[in-house]
Design a protein around this ligand. Structure first.
Ligand code: FCB
Length: 450
């Protein structure tokens, strides 16, 4: 039977994403390592330990990424390895990163590199963290060293991963390693300093590699008023969405800081991004006045929820996020998207339905250029330890044994063929047929059965 197909452009990037602390193992100079040792900070008191053993053998997983048929990977660098003491750079660490980047290139996998993904050198914490005056200069020097030694191997750059999540998790939820001063004033100042770090890093990269695209990875939840919310809830949802979703990108666009994070302009910030990276996972509901948590995990009775109440599966939200950032008139990459699903019950349908949203966007000529699935392999999920499994490939952290999940096979078929087809839907997630391919004879027959 003829199959229906959603075809993607020939230059589309099919990727996976990881972050250094989550996969490398033994990152003992990072603030996370110390944080992990205190009982109660990480779910089940899990430890990252060897993580996915990338520091020794990233190549083994890159072999799997190549076997999967991906042509891109987003990784991050561990500042605390590259600069273990202030102004002391480790050539060994830089050499190892060169090897890892070269291993990607050798496998036809294009590297996208993040400079900061949630983890700080211990010395930076002592010096006052992102709340300090010195951080911008140190971040600029770190970037400069990285770009001079690794720059020729890096296709695309991201400065700081999910700055608003970082701010929220440290200064509001307090579930990430705590800076010495964890008060709200310090938090707001740290956000402004992160913007300055971003601007400094952007220009440092562009000075050496003017053509290298430099962007952001912005977590972009859909934020809605609570179900049956009143006018105040609606008003509040739009305020929170503006603060959480728009503040950072708007600041990069025109260089201005807005309420409630301050006022005024930051030098060299305006226009300092070449693409928008969307990290999309879920939707949140808020109510006014807010409870203890500003963002509620509350959903309707029919919502599909991933493991551990992580979040509602809401694929259309990805389309909404893409549409929202069109205003910046930049190329768009989906720099993270995935779900915790140890038994892989929902992931095949999740992948297909989220790719359908991207395909829809592309068919309207919205400039979505690539997709990086979080994650290639199960890894250490920050405060949630090993309790959440995001991998296309399962990992047993004790034995380091890898096992392909069915969704990994599906993603492999998609990456290799540049399409999502009704044949794949039938084989991997037949329940998606009427949703994704409503006109298909199989869907029609099935819906008649119902
Ligand atoms: C994102 C983080 C990433 C990973 C996923 C599940 O917010 O950037 O490191 O933890 O969530």
């Amino acid at each position: 039977m003829a199959q229906a197909e959603m075809t993607f452009p020939a230059d589309f990037l099919w990727g996976t994403a990881t972050a250094s602390y989550q996969v490398e193992g033994n990152n003992k100079n990072s603030d996370w390592w110390v944080w992990e040792q205190d009982p109660g900070n990480i779910a089940n008191n899990h430890k990252s330990e060897l993580a996915c053993n990338w520091w020794q053998n990233a190549e083994a997983d890159l072999d799997l990424a190549a076997e999967m048929g991906t042509n891109a990977h987003r990784m991050s660098l561990e500042w605390s390895r590259i600069e273990p003491e202030p102004s002391v750079f480790s050539n060994d660490a830089l050499d190892r990163y060169r090897q890892i980047l070269q291993a990607m290139i050798d496998r036809n996998i294009e590297p996208m590199v993040t400079l900061h993904h949630f983890s700080n050198p211990l010395w930076l914490v002592e010096k006052g963290d992102f709340d300090s005056d010195i951080v911008v200069e140190y971040f600029q020097r770190y970037t400069d060293r990285v770009v001079s030694t690794l720059g020729n191997l890096v296709a695309k750059w991201i400065t700081i991963n999910e700055p608003m999540v970082y701010f929220y998790s440290r200064y509001m939820e307090k579930v990430f390693p705590q800076p010495n001063n964890s008060g709200m004033r310090a938090g707001i100042h740290s956000l402004r300093q992160m913007l300055r770090c971003h601007a400094a890093a952007y220009h440092t990269i562009k000075d050496k590699y003017p053509d290298a695209p430099v962007g952001v990875a912005k977590n972009f939840p859909i934020i809605e008023p609570r179900l049956d919310g009143n006018r105040l809830d609606h008003w509040w949802a739009s305020r929170i969405s503006r603060m959480f979703n728009d503040f950072w990108l708007d600041a990069l666009q025109d260089g201005r800081i807005r309420w409630p994070f301050g006022r005024g302009k930051i030098k060299n910030l305006a226009g300092s991004f070449d693409f928008v990276g969307i990290n999309y996972y879920t939707r949140f509901y808020v109510k006014f006045p807010p409870g203890k948590d500003v963002i509620d995990k509350q959903w309707g009775p029919d919502a599909l929820v991933s493991d551990g109440n992580y979040g509602e599966v809401y694929p259309y939200g990805l389309y909404r996020a893409i549409k929202h950032v069109l205003r910046y008139k930049k190329p768009i990459f989906i720099t993270e998207n995935g779900l915790p699903d140890a038994r892989d019950k929902q992931r095949p349908a999740f992948i297909m339905d989220h790719l359908r949203q991207i395909w829809q966007a592309i068919s309207f000529c919205y400039p979505v250029m690539g997709y990086y699935h979080w994650s290639l392999v199960d890894n250490f999920e920050w405060d949630r330890g090993w309790t959440q499994r995001f991998g296309l490939i399962a990992l047993d952290p004790d034995t380091q044994e890898r096992t392909w999940r069915t969704s990994g096979r599906l993603y492999s078929e998609i990456c290799s063929s540049y399409k999502v087809s009704s044949d794949m839907a039938q084989r991997y997630a037949p329940q998606m047929m009427p949703v994704m391919f409503p006109g298909d004879p199989v869907s029609v027959a099935e819906s008649q059965d119902l």
